[in-house]
Design a protein around this ligand. Structure first.
Ligand code: AMP
Ligand code: TRP
Length: 347
Protein backbone atom coordinates (compact mmCIF):
# COMPACT_ATOMS: atom_id res chain seq x y z
CA UNK A 1 0.00 0.00 0.00
CA UNK A 2 1.15 3.50 -0.78
CA UNK A 3 2.22 5.31 2.31
CA UNK A 4 -0.28 8.19 2.55
CA UNK A 5 2.06 10.04 4.82
CA UNK A 6 4.75 10.02 2.15
CA UNK A 7 2.30 11.14 -0.51
CA UNK A 8 0.85 13.95 1.54
CA UNK A 9 4.28 15.32 2.34
CA UNK A 10 4.70 16.23 -1.31
CA UNK A 11 4.82 19.82 -2.29
CA UNK A 12 4.27 21.47 -5.63
CA UNK A 13 7.60 22.37 -7.14
CA UNK A 14 8.25 26.06 -7.59
CA UNK A 15 10.16 27.10 -10.69
CA UNK A 16 13.75 26.55 -9.78
CA UNK A 17 16.68 26.89 -12.15
CA UNK A 18 20.00 25.09 -11.69
CA UNK A 19 23.03 25.00 -13.95
CA UNK A 20 26.76 24.47 -13.72
CA UNK A 21 30.00 25.10 -15.56
CA UNK A 22 33.23 23.16 -15.08
CA UNK A 23 36.34 25.06 -13.96
CA UNK A 24 38.62 23.33 -16.42
CA UNK A 25 40.28 26.47 -17.78
CA UNK A 26 39.45 28.57 -20.80
CA UNK A 27 36.02 30.01 -21.45
CA UNK A 28 34.66 30.47 -24.92
CA UNK A 29 31.97 32.42 -26.68
CA UNK A 30 30.11 29.06 -26.77
CA UNK A 31 29.99 28.97 -22.96
CA UNK A 32 28.71 32.54 -22.94
CA UNK A 33 26.03 32.31 -25.63
CA UNK A 34 25.01 28.69 -25.01
CA UNK A 35 24.94 28.89 -21.23
CA UNK A 36 25.85 31.92 -19.11
CA UNK A 37 23.96 34.55 -21.11
CA UNK A 38 20.86 32.41 -20.62
CA UNK A 39 21.60 32.03 -16.90
CA UNK A 40 21.48 35.82 -16.67
CA UNK A 41 18.22 36.01 -18.62
CA UNK A 42 16.56 33.53 -16.27
CA UNK A 43 17.16 35.68 -13.21
CA UNK A 44 13.72 37.05 -12.57
CA UNK A 45 10.98 36.98 -10.00
CA UNK A 46 9.51 33.94 -11.70
CA UNK A 47 12.51 31.72 -10.98
CA UNK A 48 14.82 30.96 -8.12
CA UNK A 49 18.21 30.66 -9.81
CA UNK A 50 21.11 28.55 -8.55
CA UNK A 51 24.43 28.51 -10.41
CA UNK A 52 27.32 26.28 -9.54
CA UNK A 53 30.99 25.96 -10.40
CA UNK A 54 31.26 22.18 -10.67
CA UNK A 55 34.76 21.50 -9.37
CA UNK A 56 33.97 17.86 -8.57
CA UNK A 57 33.10 17.26 -12.20
CA UNK A 58 36.35 18.93 -13.21
CA UNK A 59 38.49 16.32 -11.45
CA UNK A 60 37.06 13.51 -13.58
CA UNK A 61 40.13 14.49 -15.61
CA UNK A 62 43.25 15.34 -13.59
CA UNK A 63 43.59 19.04 -12.74
CA UNK A 64 46.57 20.89 -11.43
CA UNK A 65 45.41 21.72 -7.86
CA UNK A 66 46.64 25.32 -7.83
CA UNK A 67 45.10 26.00 -11.22
CA UNK A 68 41.83 24.34 -10.22
CA UNK A 69 41.38 26.82 -7.37
CA UNK A 70 42.11 29.75 -9.70
CA UNK A 71 39.83 28.36 -12.41
CA UNK A 72 37.02 27.98 -9.88
CA UNK A 73 37.35 31.66 -9.01
CA UNK A 74 37.55 32.51 -12.69
CA UNK A 75 34.21 30.86 -13.50
CA UNK A 76 32.65 32.67 -10.55
CA UNK A 77 34.13 35.93 -11.87
CA UNK A 78 32.73 35.14 -15.31
CA UNK A 79 29.24 34.53 -13.90
CA UNK A 80 29.29 37.82 -12.00
CA UNK A 81 30.87 39.84 -14.83
CA UNK A 82 28.30 38.48 -17.28
CA UNK A 83 25.47 39.76 -15.08
CA UNK A 84 24.63 37.14 -12.48
CA UNK A 85 23.74 38.99 -9.32
CA UNK A 86 25.05 37.03 -6.34
CA UNK A 87 22.38 38.56 -4.14
CA UNK A 88 19.43 37.33 -6.14
CA UNK A 89 21.01 34.14 -7.51
CA UNK A 90 22.80 31.55 -5.41
CA UNK A 91 26.38 31.22 -6.62
CA UNK A 92 28.73 28.62 -5.14
CA UNK A 93 31.19 25.84 -5.86
CA UNK A 94 29.99 22.26 -5.78
CA UNK A 95 32.54 20.78 -3.36
CA UNK A 96 31.50 23.32 -0.71
CA UNK A 97 28.12 21.57 -0.39
CA UNK A 98 28.87 17.96 0.55
CA UNK A 99 25.28 16.92 -0.15
CA UNK A 100 26.08 16.81 -3.90
CA UNK A 101 28.44 13.87 -3.46
CA UNK A 102 26.11 12.24 -0.96
CA UNK A 103 23.09 12.31 -3.27
CA UNK A 104 25.31 11.25 -6.19
CA UNK A 105 26.05 8.01 -4.32
CA UNK A 106 22.35 7.24 -4.01
CA UNK A 107 21.95 7.94 -7.73
CA UNK A 108 24.89 5.66 -8.54
CA UNK A 109 22.66 2.98 -7.10
CA UNK A 110 19.62 4.07 -9.13
CA UNK A 111 21.27 4.57 -12.55
CA UNK A 112 21.93 1.43 -14.59
CA UNK A 113 25.24 0.51 -16.22
CA UNK A 114 23.53 0.31 -19.60
CA UNK A 115 22.27 3.91 -19.30
CA UNK A 116 25.74 5.20 -18.50
CA UNK A 117 27.36 3.22 -21.28
CA UNK A 118 25.21 5.03 -23.81
CA UNK A 119 26.51 8.48 -22.84
CA UNK A 120 28.29 9.95 -25.84
CA UNK A 121 30.28 12.43 -23.74
CA UNK A 122 31.85 9.53 -21.83
CA UNK A 123 32.72 7.79 -25.07
CA UNK A 124 34.24 10.99 -26.50
CA UNK A 125 36.19 11.86 -23.37
CA UNK A 126 37.36 8.34 -22.54
CA UNK A 127 38.52 7.87 -26.12
CA UNK A 128 39.99 4.57 -27.26
CA UNK A 129 41.33 3.59 -23.88
CA UNK A 130 38.09 3.50 -21.88
CA UNK A 131 39.56 0.94 -19.46
CA UNK A 132 41.96 3.60 -18.32
CA UNK A 133 39.32 6.31 -17.77
CA UNK A 134 38.49 7.37 -14.22
CA UNK A 135 35.47 5.67 -12.67
CA UNK A 136 34.30 9.21 -11.87
CA UNK A 137 34.16 10.04 -15.57
CA UNK A 138 31.77 7.14 -16.06
CA UNK A 139 29.65 8.19 -13.07
CA UNK A 140 29.76 11.88 -14.10
CA UNK A 141 26.11 12.07 -15.23
CA UNK A 142 24.86 10.66 -11.90
CA UNK A 143 26.66 13.48 -10.09
CA UNK A 144 25.13 15.93 -12.54
CA UNK A 145 21.66 14.51 -11.80
CA UNK A 146 22.41 14.96 -8.09
CA UNK A 147 23.41 18.61 -8.68
CA UNK A 148 20.06 19.28 -10.25
CA UNK A 149 17.73 17.15 -8.15
CA UNK A 150 19.31 18.17 -4.84
CA UNK A 151 17.52 21.50 -5.36
CA UNK A 152 14.41 19.99 -6.92
CA UNK A 153 15.34 22.12 -9.92
CA UNK A 154 12.66 22.21 -12.57
CA UNK A 155 14.56 24.06 -15.32
CA UNK A 156 18.14 23.56 -16.47
CA UNK A 157 19.63 25.92 -19.07
CA UNK A 158 22.53 24.28 -20.93
CA UNK A 159 24.05 24.06 -24.39
CA UNK A 160 22.92 21.40 -26.80
CA UNK A 161 25.79 19.04 -25.86
CA UNK A 162 24.23 18.40 -22.43
CA UNK A 163 20.89 17.18 -23.72
CA UNK A 164 21.67 13.50 -23.21
CA UNK A 165 22.80 14.10 -19.63
CA UNK A 166 19.51 15.85 -18.89
CA UNK A 167 17.55 12.96 -20.31
CA UNK A 168 19.47 10.69 -17.96
CA UNK A 169 18.62 13.03 -15.07
CA UNK A 170 14.94 12.61 -15.94
CA UNK A 171 15.37 8.83 -16.10
CA UNK A 172 17.01 8.81 -12.67
CA UNK A 173 14.21 10.93 -11.17
CA UNK A 174 11.54 8.70 -12.71
CA UNK A 175 13.20 5.47 -11.58
CA UNK A 176 13.80 6.76 -8.07
CA UNK A 177 10.16 7.85 -7.76
CA UNK A 178 9.03 4.52 -9.13
CA UNK A 179 11.35 2.34 -7.02
CA UNK A 180 10.34 4.03 -3.79
CA UNK A 181 6.75 4.61 -4.84
CA UNK A 182 6.81 8.30 -4.16
CA UNK A 183 6.56 11.46 -6.21
CA UNK A 184 9.63 13.11 -4.72
CA UNK A 185 11.99 14.27 -7.48
CA UNK A 186 10.67 16.53 -10.24
CA UNK A 187 11.13 15.51 -13.85
CA UNK A 188 13.36 18.35 -14.98
CA UNK A 189 12.83 20.39 -18.14
CA UNK A 190 15.91 21.08 -20.21
CA UNK A 191 16.06 24.70 -21.39
CA UNK A 192 18.10 24.29 -24.53
CA UNK A 193 16.69 26.23 -27.52
CA UNK A 194 17.65 29.86 -27.99
CA UNK A 195 19.57 31.06 -31.02
CA UNK A 196 22.98 29.81 -29.98
CA UNK A 197 22.56 26.52 -28.19
CA UNK A 198 25.37 25.18 -30.34
CA UNK A 199 28.11 27.61 -31.32
CA UNK A 200 30.40 26.01 -33.87
CA UNK A 201 34.15 26.20 -34.49
CA UNK A 202 35.34 29.14 -36.59
CA UNK A 203 37.55 26.75 -38.56
CA UNK A 204 35.00 24.00 -39.20
CA UNK A 205 31.27 24.71 -39.09
CA UNK A 206 30.45 21.08 -38.38
CA UNK A 207 32.40 20.93 -35.09
CA UNK A 208 31.42 22.46 -31.75
CA UNK A 209 33.42 25.49 -30.59
CA UNK A 210 35.44 24.03 -27.74
CA UNK A 211 38.10 25.07 -25.27
CA UNK A 212 39.90 21.81 -26.01
CA UNK A 213 40.29 22.33 -29.77
CA UNK A 214 44.04 22.40 -30.57
CA UNK A 215 43.59 25.46 -32.80
CA UNK A 216 43.09 28.72 -30.91
CA UNK A 217 41.76 30.23 -34.14
CA UNK A 218 38.76 27.90 -33.88
CA UNK A 219 37.28 29.80 -30.93
CA UNK A 220 36.73 33.19 -29.36
CA UNK A 221 37.97 33.07 -25.77
CA UNK A 222 36.34 35.29 -23.19
CA UNK A 223 39.86 36.58 -22.48
CA UNK A 224 40.66 37.58 -26.12
CA UNK A 225 41.39 41.26 -26.69
CA UNK A 226 39.76 43.31 -29.46
CA UNK A 227 42.58 42.78 -31.98
CA UNK A 228 42.48 39.01 -31.47
CA UNK A 229 38.70 38.94 -31.88
CA UNK A 230 38.93 40.89 -35.15
CA UNK A 231 41.73 38.63 -36.39
CA UNK A 232 39.88 35.41 -35.53
CA UNK A 233 36.69 36.48 -37.28
CA UNK A 234 38.75 37.67 -40.26
CA UNK A 235 40.38 34.24 -40.50
CA UNK A 236 37.13 32.36 -39.87
CA UNK A 237 36.45 29.85 -42.60
CA UNK A 238 33.58 30.70 -44.97
CA UNK A 239 32.42 29.82 -48.45
CA UNK A 240 32.75 32.14 -51.43
CA UNK A 241 29.14 33.24 -51.78
CA UNK A 242 27.54 36.38 -50.42
CA UNK A 243 25.19 36.12 -47.42
CA UNK A 244 21.62 35.14 -48.28
CA UNK A 245 18.65 37.26 -47.27
CA UNK A 246 16.58 34.28 -46.12
CA UNK A 247 17.24 31.37 -43.77
CA UNK A 248 16.81 28.79 -46.52
CA UNK A 249 19.90 30.22 -48.15
CA UNK A 250 22.02 29.03 -45.18
CA UNK A 251 21.27 25.38 -45.89
CA UNK A 252 24.45 23.32 -46.35
CA UNK A 253 26.53 26.38 -45.49
CA UNK A 254 27.52 25.54 -41.89
CA UNK A 255 30.19 28.23 -41.54
CA UNK A 256 27.89 30.96 -42.86
CA UNK A 257 25.10 29.72 -40.62
CA UNK A 258 27.39 29.77 -37.59
CA UNK A 259 28.51 33.36 -38.11
CA UNK A 260 24.95 34.53 -38.67
CA UNK A 261 23.88 32.63 -35.53
CA UNK A 262 26.62 34.24 -33.45
CA UNK A 263 25.72 37.71 -34.70
CA UNK A 264 22.02 37.15 -34.04
CA UNK A 265 22.66 35.88 -30.50
CA UNK A 266 25.05 38.73 -29.68
CA UNK A 267 22.75 41.40 -31.05
CA UNK A 268 19.67 39.71 -29.56
CA UNK A 269 17.71 39.59 -32.77
CA UNK A 270 16.17 36.77 -34.79
CA UNK A 271 18.07 35.11 -37.62
CA UNK A 272 15.47 36.53 -40.02
CA UNK A 273 16.10 40.04 -38.82
CA UNK A 274 19.89 39.57 -39.11
CA UNK A 275 19.56 38.32 -42.66
CA UNK A 276 17.39 41.31 -43.56
CA UNK A 277 20.22 43.46 -42.25
CA UNK A 278 23.22 41.68 -43.78
CA UNK A 279 21.77 39.67 -46.70
CA UNK A 280 23.66 40.35 -49.92
CA UNK A 281 26.87 41.40 -48.15
CA UNK A 282 30.17 39.64 -48.80
CA UNK A 283 31.89 38.04 -45.80
CA UNK A 284 34.67 40.62 -46.08
CA UNK A 285 32.07 43.24 -45.23
CA UNK A 286 30.09 41.22 -42.67
CA UNK A 287 33.02 39.95 -40.59
CA UNK A 288 34.13 43.37 -39.25
CA UNK A 289 30.52 44.17 -38.33
CA UNK A 290 30.33 40.88 -36.42
CA UNK A 291 33.73 41.42 -34.78
CA UNK A 292 32.76 44.90 -33.64
CA UNK A 293 29.54 43.63 -32.12
CA UNK A 294 31.44 40.85 -30.31
CA UNK A 295 34.02 43.27 -28.92
CA UNK A 296 31.32 45.63 -27.71
CA UNK A 297 29.69 42.86 -25.68
CA UNK A 298 32.68 40.79 -24.58
CA UNK A 299 35.16 43.55 -23.64
CA UNK A 300 33.26 44.86 -20.62
CA UNK A 301 32.78 41.28 -19.40
CA UNK A 302 36.45 40.43 -19.68
CA UNK A 303 37.47 43.74 -18.06
CA UNK A 304 35.21 43.05 -15.10
CA UNK A 305 36.53 39.50 -14.84
CA UNK A 306 40.08 40.81 -14.65
CA UNK A 307 39.08 43.26 -11.93
CA UNK A 308 37.33 40.59 -9.90
CA UNK A 309 40.23 38.18 -10.25
CA UNK A 310 42.43 40.74 -8.55
CA UNK A 311 40.11 40.52 -5.56
CA UNK A 312 40.17 36.82 -4.74
CA UNK A 313 38.81 37.50 -1.24
CA UNK A 314 35.70 39.13 -2.67
CA UNK A 315 35.03 36.11 -4.89
CA UNK A 316 35.71 33.66 -2.07
CA UNK A 317 33.30 35.39 0.24
CA UNK A 318 30.55 35.45 -2.43
CA UNK A 319 31.06 31.70 -2.96
CA UNK A 320 31.04 31.03 0.78
CA UNK A 321 27.77 32.81 1.34
CA UNK A 322 26.29 31.11 -1.75
CA UNK A 323 27.27 27.71 -0.37
CA UNK A 324 25.53 28.49 2.88
CA UNK A 325 22.31 29.45 1.10
CA UNK A 326 22.59 26.41 -1.19
CA UNK A 327 22.95 24.10 1.80
CA UNK A 328 19.76 25.47 3.32
CA UNK A 329 17.86 24.08 0.33
CA UNK A 330 19.97 20.97 -0.25
CA UNK A 331 20.22 19.65 3.26
CA UNK A 332 16.50 18.92 3.90
CA UNK A 333 16.17 17.35 0.45
CA UNK A 334 19.10 15.01 1.12
CA UNK A 335 17.71 14.22 4.54
CA UNK A 336 14.33 13.33 3.08
CA UNK A 337 16.02 11.24 0.37
CA UNK A 338 17.95 9.28 2.99
CA UNK A 339 14.73 8.71 4.88
CA UNK A 340 12.90 7.50 1.77
CA UNK A 341 15.73 5.10 0.94
CA UNK A 342 15.82 3.78 4.50
CA UNK A 343 18.98 5.18 5.99
CA UNK A 344 18.78 5.21 9.75
CA UNK A 345 19.34 8.69 11.13
CA UNK A 346 21.46 8.91 14.29
CA UNK A 347 19.43 10.50 17.08
P1 AMP B 1 31.60 23.22 -20.07
O1 AMP B 1 32.60 24.28 -20.27
O2 AMP B 1 31.79 22.03 -20.95
O3 AMP B 1 31.39 22.88 -18.61
O4 AMP B 1 30.21 23.84 -20.56
C1 AMP B 1 29.51 24.80 -19.83
C2 AMP B 1 28.23 25.16 -20.52
O5 AMP B 1 28.51 25.79 -21.78
C3 AMP B 1 27.32 23.96 -20.86
O6 AMP B 1 25.97 24.34 -20.65
C4 AMP B 1 27.58 23.72 -22.31
O7 AMP B 1 26.49 23.11 -22.95
C5 AMP B 1 27.80 25.13 -22.83
N1 AMP B 1 28.64 25.14 -24.04
C6 AMP B 1 29.94 24.77 -24.14
N2 AMP B 1 30.38 24.89 -25.42
C7 AMP B 1 29.32 25.34 -26.15
C8 AMP B 1 29.12 25.67 -27.54
N3 AMP B 1 30.10 25.56 -28.44
N4 AMP B 1 27.89 26.11 -27.93
C9 AMP B 1 26.88 26.24 -27.02
N5 AMP B 1 27.00 25.94 -25.71
C10 AMP B 1 28.20 25.51 -25.27
N1 TRP C 1 28.07 18.64 -17.44
C1 TRP C 1 27.97 20.07 -17.60
C2 TRP C 1 28.97 20.51 -18.69
O1 TRP C 1 29.92 19.87 -18.96
C3 TRP C 1 28.28 20.79 -16.32
C4 TRP C 1 27.29 20.46 -15.26
C5 TRP C 1 27.52 19.73 -14.13
C6 TRP C 1 25.94 20.85 -15.20
N2 TRP C 1 26.41 19.66 -13.36
C7 TRP C 1 25.42 20.32 -13.99
C8 TRP C 1 25.11 21.59 -16.05
C9 TRP C 1 24.07 20.51 -13.63
C10 TRP C 1 23.77 21.76 -15.69
C11 TRP C 1 23.26 21.23 -14.49
O2 TRP C 1 28.78 21.54 -19.25
Amino acid sequence: MIDQDKKSSLKTFEKRVFSGVQPTGGLTLGNYLGAVKRFVEMQSKEYKTIYCVVDQHAITAWQNPTELKQNTRQIAAFFIAAGIDPNSSILFNQSAVAEHAQLAWVFNCVARMGWMQRMTQFKDKAGKNAQNAALGLFAYPALMAADILLYHATHVPVGDDQKQHLELTRDIAIKFNHDYDIDFFPVTEPVIGGTASRVMSLRDGTKKMSKSDPSDLSRINMSDDADTIFLKFKKARTDAEALPSEIDGLKDRPEAENLVTIYSALSEQSMDKTLQEVGGKQFSEFKPILAECAVEILSPISREMTRLMQNADEIDSILASGAKRAREIASPILEKTYDIVGMLKPK
